[in-house]
Design a protein. Structure first.
Length: 152
């Protein structure tokens, strides 16, 4: 049933305001056992004028998981509804710590990190950079003049 609820929420997202009659059903999907369903429902709710409720639900996904794909899905939804600034600093710090030191292989404590770290993350064949200060994700090509690269 996960696929059916997910695609129902995606359909509402695509329909935008025309999906207004499904608003209460989307609210119910915020408690679905599957993260993808909850995020899709929240994303659709944001477009239906329930932005505050949607942002809270998506931020809850970030707090609830350590799964990269779930986090990426939530961050993508926040990006689409222009709510990246709502991501808590504590979450960003945790993600940076995991990216810099995923298996405790580096002895550098967070206090030793650069004040504006750019962390190189590998996802398949593409390299992505995340700047902690502006939460801007972009493809890194060559040197990044906006920050320093921290490597263990």
């Amino acid at each position: 049933m996960i696929r059916a609820w997910y695609w129902a929420a995606q359909g509402c997202l695509i329909l935008g305001q025309a999906a207004a009659p499904a608003t209460e059903s989307l609210v119910k999907l915020l408690t679905d056992p599957n993260s993808a369903v909850r995020v899709a429902a929240a994303h659709a709710l944001a477009l239906l004028g329930r932005r505050e409720q949607a942002v809270a639900a998506i931020i809850a996904e970030l707090d609830r998981t350590t799964d990269d794909y779930v986090s990426l899905n939530a961050v993508n939804a926040l990006t689409h509804i222009d709510a990246l600034s709502t991501i808590p600093d504590a979450w960003v710090t945790r993600i940076l710590a995991e990216a810099i030191n995923p298996a405790n292989t580096c002895d550098a404590p967070p206090s030793a990190w650069p004040s504006n770290p750019t962390v190189i993350l590998t996802n398949g064949c593409s390299e992505r950079a995340r700047n902690r200060d502006n939460l801007h994700s972009r493809t890194l090509r060559g040197n990044d003049p906006g920050g320093s690269v921290f490597e263990c």
